[in-house]
Design a protein around this ligand. Structure first.
Ligand code: HXC
Length: 259
């Protein structure tokens, strides 16, 4: 069945797919159906050998203005518990291929949290980031208190979470939340360019390197170094390692096959 709230664009560059969140009238508010469609699309692309890197965007006005407040407003704690919406988020966290967020306009609440589940972030000058849940009488629930704090540090994270203040793209760049800022008309193009550069690498090495970087967030340095070393050794079982090193010696570009 065709998804209703996302659009999938295949091969926007070699080995790059693009998923666009598409509820423009609601500023891409993340209702349960949209999140389910996004999870399904990401899982399909994760298993597709013609895709090595995924770009996730909204539109110029909004990446996503958060979880759908109208869908949540009347729910009880037990409704929320039984809905178990975070199983979708857990599945997205398990995507092995790099995901690059292309952000313009609002990235708020669950939108900012979804963006922080991505591996690199390209933003337009008009991007605004925030965790405004506190203004609704709640708090972030999909990583906003954890990933934001790890990215920008306690001082700014506390301010954003406790006051709901939005930060600009320039502030987000300075705080280390995002990778780069470009004029609005270039944000998607620049994200696809970054995706294409990434997609030229060995897809197995990309997955293992992503896994190792993310390991930082839930382990000690000793454990993390051990994990890194295992993945490093394991890559010597791939044809891509032989190809990559031989290509260097032959002074030619490598042709990675993902084997
Ligand atoms: C449902 C939303 C929405 C949201 C915007 N809309 N955000 N609907 N859920 N999160 C709808 C509005 O109701 C409106 O619909 C339309 O989108 C346009 O929004 P406006 O408010 O008219 O636009 P504007 O004046 O430009 O203001 C933009 C805005 C504001 C500053 C982004 O919409 C806003 O504050 N939105 C809520 C942001 C937020 O609190 N996010 C956190 C949600 S909680 P109508 O039909 O009226 O035209 C959350 C928890 C995550 O994310 C937990 C884990 C999943």
């Amino acid at each position: 069945m065709q998804p209703e709230f996302i659009i999938i664009h295949q091969q926007v560059a070699p080995f790059v797919a693009h998923i666009q969140l598409n509820r423009p009238k609601e500023l891409n508010a993340l209702n349960l159906q949209l999140m389910g469609e996004l999870r399904d699309a990401l899982k399909l692309l994760d298993a597709d050998d013609t895709v090595r890197v995924i770009v996730l965007s909204g539109n110029e006005k909004a990446f996503a203005a958060g979880a759908d407040i109208k869908q949540m407003a009347g729910k009880s704690a037990m409704d929320m518990y039984n809905t178990d919406q975070f199983s979708t988020w857990d599945a997205i966290k398990k995507i092995k291929k790099p995901i690059i967020a292309a952000v313009s306009g609002f990235a708020l609440g669950g939108g900012c949290e979804l963006m922080m589940l991505c591996d690199m972030i390209v933003a337009s000058e008009t991007a605004r980031f925030g965790q405004p849940e506190i203004k609704l009488g709640v708090m972030p629930g999909a990583g906003g208190t954890q990933r934001l704090t790890r990215a920008v540090g306690k001082a700014l994270a506390m301010e954003m979470v406790l006051t709901g203040r939005f930060i600009t793209a320039a502030e987000a760049l300075q705080a280390g939340l995002i990778n780069r800022v470009v004029p609005e008309e270039l944000f998607l193009q620049e994200a696809i360019k970054l995706a294409a550069t990434t997609a030229a690498m060995s897809p197995i090495a990309l997955k293992m390197a992503k896994e190792a970087v993310l390991k930082t967030f839930d382990t000690s340095l000793e454990e993390g170094l051990h994990f890194e070393r295992k993945n490093f050794y394991l890559l010597f079982a791939s044809e891509d390692q032989k190809e990559g090193m031989q290509a260097f010696i032959d002074k030619r570009a490598p042709e990675f096959k993902g084997k």
